[in-house]
Design a protein around this ligand. Structure first.
Ligand code: SF4
Ligand code: SF4
Length: 388
């Protein structure tokens, strides 16, 4: 591993202060709910929480309940309205701040050897920096071509129109650094993600709802990792407290492990609740991360950085959105990107304005650079901005 890469990846986890906060909040909430479950206090679980009859259902559970019973259930409708309002406000924040699946993922990371952790971090770092180099080079070439065209067209004013490349842009033009990558940077080009409006999670969601309609009960709830986590607590508690040894003691934790350990990337590839939140979150325009291009190293100085993309748990490349597996419709407001940004260029304005509205509706946030203020270094892919 190159010394430069090692250095660049070593400090990132230390900078993710919000991740530490989230890793403290989620188990605390989980512990309160698990204690309520064990003690028989009516706090419910994350699948249906509240107090006694004043409780809200998980949005997927609410839809599935009405589909299974083929009736409009007032509590389910109220729950859906409340959840939709929360998702519009904070996107998929539940996934980063409360979901027990996140804790299991964190545990998996913790159990990795330091070498494995460093190797994975370095691979991601190199990939993201390659993309940044490629985009900077592209933008530099675009700026040079634009300047040349302007020169030819307006010869008399050429001196005032032509914009010479800066030293950093020239450095960017040197190309991709990854092993085996030639000057064509084909790997960087092929790293662009087709952002379709629906992805694998939406098909799982469709399957979950269809099976509910066919069988007359919410089938997915039997295998939902959130429900399975609480069920694991309950069966283990009963095993030790009452010697209640049933098949569930093996089956429930085994299913949970199967989903989260063997179906890696459960949250971004399979989770139907995540898919449901994604559908609503596309219209969110509050607390969406925004990059200040005048501060960002890539847009202001042409220096490849993309640390923000490296640490995103939702597979979003916030700097080069076309290269991320997901768009800002999947932002969980985890704040990792803001924490690691060396120039503090990323903020979460309460209201992101018209640009955020247009971007979020298409699955993109408000970070599309303004055409006038945008330096030559990095441009976002307009096609990607229009895709969900
Ligand atoms: S874009 Fe930033 S806040 Fe949103 S999920 Fe990615 S790292 Fe977290
Ligand atoms: S926003 Fe911050 S972390 Fe992301 S590329 Fe720019 S300087 Fe780097």
């Amino acid at each position: 591993m190159a010394a430069e890469t090692k250095k660049a990846t070593a400090d990132l986890s230390a900078k993710m202060r919000t991740q530490k906060l989230r890793t403290a909040i989620a188990p605390a909430v989980f512990a309160v709910m698990a204690a309520g479950l064990i003690l028989g206090v009516s706090t419910g679980t994350m699948s249906g929480f509240g107090w006694e009859s004043i409780s809200a259902l998980c949005p997927l559970g609410a839809v599935a309940t009405m589909l299974a019973t083929k009736t409009m259930v007032p509590r389910a409708i109220i729950s859906l309205v409340i959840m939709a309002a929360l998702i519009l406000l904070v996107g998929r924040a539940f996934c980063a701040w409360l979901c027990p699946s996140m804790l299991i993922t964190r545990l998996q990371e913790f159990l990795r050897t330091p070498q494995k952790r460093r190797k994975l971090a370095a691979e991601t770092h190199e990939k993201m920096v390659d993309i940044a180099r490629f985009e900077i080079a592209q933008a530099g070439e675009g700026a040079a071509a634009g300047a040349a065209g302007a020169k030819a067209a307006v010869a008399a004013d050429a001196a005032s129109v032509a914009t010479p490349l800066s030293e950093s842009e020239k450095a960017g033009l040197s190309g991709c650094s990854s092993a085996g990558c030639g000057s064509g940077c084909a790997s960087c080009v092929s790293a662009k993600m087709p952002h379709k409006k629906l992805d694998s999670r939406h098909y799982v969601l469709g399957g979950a709802l269809l099976s509910t309609a066919i069988f007359g009960f919410p089938v997915f709830c039997l295998v939902c990792p959130v429900g399975l986590t609480f069920a694991t607590v309950l069966v283990v508690w009963r095993l030790f407290a009452a010697g209640d040894m049933t098949i569930a003691v093996i089956l429930v934790p085994a299913l949970l492990i199967l989903e989260l350990v063997f179906l890696r990337k459960w949250c971004t590839r399979f989770c139907p609740l995540s898919a449901l939140m994604n559908l609503v979150s596309r219209f969110s325009k509050t607390l969406v991360p925004v990059i200040d291009d005048s501060k960002c190293l890539e847009t202001s100085q042409g220096v490849p950085c993309s640390r923000c993309a490296q640490v995103c748990e939702s597979d979003i490349n916030i700097r080069h959105i076309a290269y991320g597996e997901r768009t800002l419709a999947d932002c969980s407001r985890c704040r990792n990107c803001a924490d690691v940004c060396p120039t503090k260029a990323i903020t979460f304005p309460v209201f992101s304005g018209v640009k955020a509205k247009a971007g979020a509706a298409a699955g993109i946030g408000a970070n599309a650079p303004a055409p006038v203020a945008q330096p030559a270094a990095v441009m976002l892919d307009e096609d990607a901005l229009l895709e969900g």
